[in-house]
Write a protein that binds this ligand. Structure first.
Ligand code: THU
Length: 136
């Protein structure tokens, strides 16, 4: 699947965004290593902090269908600035997809920038930090 095709899937799901408060509509599509695509849009809540971003919806949908390996994720919005995942999404993507995930950032001029997740989140916290030191 090309980056352009993945972006197209993200644009389709962007239409389903539930963003009555910010009016900022986001769509995302993530590609698994076995070639499946899972999409997600942002879903806002009247208790604002309960809002969930498009990227997390996409990867959580994939996870709940048993997918564990991912190649790339595309993100779209209507902004002329490149949309880049928020800090919370970077952490979730790092844990669930890993540092090699390709992140396709887009803007409303149909331009794209491709970066590795490790570039967006250097020196990440992860499961390795939770391992207890062996006592001996
Ligand atoms: N949002 C996303 O869905 N993804 C991003 O990468 C950035 C922000 C959503 C959250 C909220 O619904 C709206 O955009 C404004 O922050």
């Amino acid at each position: 699947m090309t980056n352009e095709e993945l972006i197209k899937r993200a644009k389709e799901v962007q239409k389903k965004a539930h963003a009555p408060y910010s009016k900022f509509r986001v769509g995302s599509a993530i590609l698994t290593d076995d070639g499946e695509v899972f999409t997600g849009c942002n879903i806002e809540n009247s208790s604002y902090s309960l809002t969930i971003c498009a990227e997390r919806v996409a990867i959580f949908k994939a996870y709940s269908e048993g997918k564990r390996k991912f190649k790339k994720i595309a993100i779209v919005s209507d902004s002329k600035n490149f949309i880049s995942p928020c800090g919370a999404c970077r952490q979730v993507l790092m844990d669930l997809a890993g540092p090699e995930l390709e992140v396709i950032l887009t803007n409303s001029m149909n331009e794209m920038k491709v970066v590795k997740l490790s570039e967006l989140l250097p020196l990440p916290f992860g499961s390795k930090n939770l391992k207890k030191k062996k006592r001996g």
